[in-house]
Design a protein around this ligand. Structure first.
Ligand code: PAF
Length: 271
């Protein structure tokens, strides 16, 4: 396995190779690992990027304290059979003080996560496009845990005619139901217990939705179960992120975002 920080060097290495690509911000957990394993099974060459992208963090967010564990991440990648880690520094990736910018779509990029984190998806799409241009993957792997991100990346591939197949990975959960996230390390054990109410409420809604299709009624039932400090949204959308009022089987997503203590958590369920 090679670790490369220079975009031009990586591009040279990967020239004419069929690459499966897993972009990450490091602090790898089983969720990332399941994407890496999938990529390993489906591609000759697997590249994992590790880069905490500053442009997708808002003022006051956790950019500075975002968990960094490069040494452990390298071990995980090595054991998983990754061929290349791309671990650039900020100057490698942002080499101009007055850059060409990518703008997330006005509606789908500025609702839900985009409403509470305005500009977040501009930064995500900016870095993902840069990474795609460096790695030139045939397939790129993203988790359904970040459902809105996944949907916007698929839209970018379509709108900008990128020749890349986006592969979706299932959300990986602890046995308790808690969705794995690099931010879970911020939770105290008491907070972790209450955070479980998020996945519980989603599961409940999924079960009830077999009979009850009305989203308002489902939301009321979810609210009874939730035990978090600040709810930002419970939302019902179709797979293109248009709001819905009735659950449509195999075309709906229920999403939650909120704070447990100072930690912001998101989760969702695809129906
Ligand atoms: O999902 C993430 O970890 C990040 O948003 C991504 C896609 C690696 C871009 O920085």
């Amino acid at each position: 396995m090679k670790i490369i920080d220079n975009p031009y060097e990586l591009r040279k290495e990967l020239k004419n190779k069929e690459v499966g690509f897993v972009p990450t911000m490091g602090a790898l957990h089983e969720g990332h690992l399941s994407l890496i394993k999938k990529a390993r099974n489906e591609n000759k060459i697997v590249v994992v990027s590790i880069f905490v992208n500053p442009t997708q963090f808002l003022e006051g967010e956790d950019l500075d304290k975002y968990p960094k564990r490069l040494e452990a991440d390298v071990k995980i990648c090595e054991l998983a059979g990754v061929d290349y880690i791309f671990a650039p520094n900020i100057e490698n990736m942002y080499n101009d003080s007055d850059e060409i910018l990518i703008k997330a779509p006005k509606v789908r990029g500025y609702i839900l996560e985009g409403h509470f984190r305005p500009g977040h998806f501009d930064g995500v799409l900016q870095i993902v496009l840069k990474l795609f241009n460096i790695v030139k993957p045939k397939k790129a792997y993203f988790g359904k845990k970040d459902a809105q991100q996944l949907s916007l990346i698929k839209q970018m591939v379509k709108n900008l005619f990128l020749d890349i197949e986006i592969i979706e990975g299932e959300t990986i959960r602890e046995k308790t139901g808690l969705a794995l996230s690099s931010r879970n390390v911020y939770l105290s054990s008491e907070e972790k217990k209450r955070a479980l109410s998020i996945s519980k409420s989603l599961k409940l809604a999924a079960k009830l939705s077999l009979k009850e299709k009305n989203c308002n009624k489902l939301k009321k039932e979810m609210m009874k179960v939730l035990d978090i400090d600040k709810l930002q949204y419970i939302a019902f959308v179709d797979r293109e992120f248009n709001y819905i009022h009735e659950i449509e089987e195999k075309n709906s997503i229920i999403l939650i975002a909120g704070f447990v203590g100072n930690t912001r958590l998101i989760d969702n369920i695809y129906l």
